[in-house]
Ligand binder design. Structure first.
Ligand code: HEM
Length: 504
């Protein structure tokens, strides 16, 4: 999801909270909840949490998934309303709520994330004005970048990038997937979303990645709630934003002065007549929407498969079948993958597609956001006021046991066959968004994930191990409250222990 518009996702990020703050908040929570009891409303109105706007805001930013889930459970409602500072937010759940959330034309996505969304670098944070930045044009740029012909052109370069990084791991060892896959996906995103001069410069790409992580780290509930508040978080965010803009600005300048145009992303923006600030903003937008979810999804796929030998073997067989009949078998494997046509990656990997969907179902618990703009909107007889924000937690459907029996178990087979439970609801799977705003980067993200998994499987045997190199007692779990990315819960660190295979 994207830059100033979407969640990186405004939803998958756990923000650091001190024990003293937790104690204070717990006391306030009790007072707030007691006062909420007196706020019950008649059946035509949306249940209002009441309490202190600062308190609900805090929970919404620091423990969003738990806040949404526990409030629905506690109140027994399908909708509830609360305040984040001066703003009203309506949380939706259930079939009707989800349908309206994704299809209502008054629900504006860009406005939803502008105020309540996650940390993304914005030009205005460092006093830069863009001439014509808009979410609609950004989406158009993304869709243009990931057309079939462009993906086919870039695929061999992506495979070279992955191969080079995996070869650096050596013959055997242990890596933190959340670090290594981040680096790998960062490289692929820079390759697809910027220009080859930057993608071919390892130092500049590494610096960009450092600044990306610094920007991500600058997010705390306070800095998201009160972004204008002077302090360390604000300074760090500005420093990171300035650094990101400076690096990309250098390459925009370089490409503007180039004598020949290429089909690279920055050149496309220049050719479309965008000013420098907008070109930089869209370029960073691609990096911020592209990296987080794609990288963590690859990690969770490897973790779940590491725990399920049957599915691991099925994926390996599918990858092997892709290579069968492809060019010269004496070529290095990444070159052989490069000659597999795009449609085979897209259409002939049903097992990996099901594994991917099941992984996303279990790990994507973010909250998507909108703002109701233009007029009051009704769900049944309940009114969502003009200017209210609207929030929907993806876990509401992805972990619903009526739709996905035994919802916490990893079972890709649920997506390999028609199931009655999923047919009876609207939008049973919303991992790629749905309705008016499906993910514009889905095609590229799926390809990146498949290329990374295929190359990894063709090179290595692996196990999931803990910090001491032993098989873990239990699998790591995604931190559902993390509003930046679906990383494991703090302390749930795991590693990929790998060994190079001679033959695949
Ligand atoms: C595994 C990786 C990804 C996942 C799980 C993912 C998921 C999503 C979801 C759930 C939405 C809908 C958000 C909402 O309804 O509020 C969305 C929208 C979007 N995504 Fe992705 N995304 C991924 C990768 C990417 C990549 C690589 C890009 C581009 C580089 C991208 C660009 C976008 C854009 C531009 C939108 C907004 C579309 C619109 O406004 O109509 N995404 N994505």
């Amino acid at each position: 999801m994207a830059a100033s518009y979407f969640p990186s996702d405004g939803v998958w990020g756990s923000l650091k909270t001190s024990p003293a703050t937790i104690a204070l908040l717990s006391v306030l929570a009790v007072i707030g909840l007691l006062s909420a009891r007196s706020k019950r409303t008649d059946s035509s109105k949306i249940y209002d949490l009441g309490g202190f706007p600062m308190l609900s805001a805090w929970f919404f930013f620091s423990q969003r998934y738990d806040f949404m889930c526990s409030t629905f459970k506690r109140t027994g409602q399908k909708m509830f309303r609360f305040r984040v500072l001066q703003h009203h937010v309506v949380a939706l759940s259930g079939d009707e709520g989800r349908k309206v959330f994704f299809t209502e034309k008054n629900f504006n996505m860009a406005e939803g994330y502008r105020i309540l969304g996650g940390p993304v670098p914005r030009p205005q944070d460092i006093n830069i004005r863009t001439v014509e930045e808009s979410s609609r044009l950004f989406v158009r740029h993304v869709l243009g970048l990931f057309r079939k012909d462009r993906l086919m052109d870039v695929m061999p370069h992506l495979l070279e990038d992955i191969n080079r990084r995996m070869d650096n791991w050596g013959k055997s060892g242990k890596v933190d997937p959340f670090k290594e896959m981040h680096n790998l996906v960062f490289q692929m995103t820079v390759r697809m979303g910027t220009c080859r001069e930057l993608a071919d410069n390892p130092q500049a790409t590494a610096r960009l990645s450092e600044l990306f992580l610094l920007h991500e780290e600058s997010a705390s509930p306070i800095s998201l709630l009160l972004p204008w508040l002077p302090g360390r978080a604000k300074q760090t965010k500005e420093k990171a934003t300035q650094g990101l803009f400076d690096i990309v600005s250098h390459y925009v300048d370089l490409r503007r002065k180039a004598t020949a145009q290429s089909s690279d992303a920055i050149d496309r923006l220049i050719a479309d007549g965008y000013d420098d600030a907008t070109t930089i903003t869209y370029t960073l937008g691609i990096v911020f929407v592209g990296v987080g979810n794609t990288g963590t999804t690859i990690c969770w796929i490897l973790i779940f498969l590491g725990d399920k030998p049957k599915w691991k073997a099925k994926v390996a067989n599918e990858v092997r079948a892709l290579l069968r009949g492809q060019s010269n078998s004496s070529d290095p494997v990444h070159r052989r993958f490069a000659s597999v046509p795009l449609h085979a990656w897209e259409e002939e990997m049903p097992v990996l597609d099901a594994v991917l969907k099941e992984t996303m179902r279990l790990t994507m618990s973010g909250t998507v956001l909108r703002r109701n703009i233009g007029c009051d909107t009704f769900i049944g007889h309940k009114k969502i006021h003009d200017s209210d924000f609207v929030a929907y937690s993806l876990g509401d459907i992805h972990l619903d046991s009526d739709v996905y029996p035994d919802p916490l178990s990893f079972d890709p087979a649920r997506f390999l066959e028609e199931r009655e439970e999923t047919n009876k609801v609207s939008f049973p799977f919303v991992g790629w968004g749905a309705g008016r705003h499906p993910c514009a980067g889905m095609r590229a993200a799926k390809l990146e994930i498949k290329l990374a998994i295929a190359l990894f499987f063709s090179k290595f045997e692996y196990d999931i191990v803990d910090v001491s190199g032993k098989l873990p007692k239990s699998l790591p779990q995604p931190d559902k409250n993390n509003i930046q990315s679906a990383k494991p819960l703090p302390g749930d660190t795991c590693y990929l222990k790998y060994e190079r295979m001679d033959n695949f």
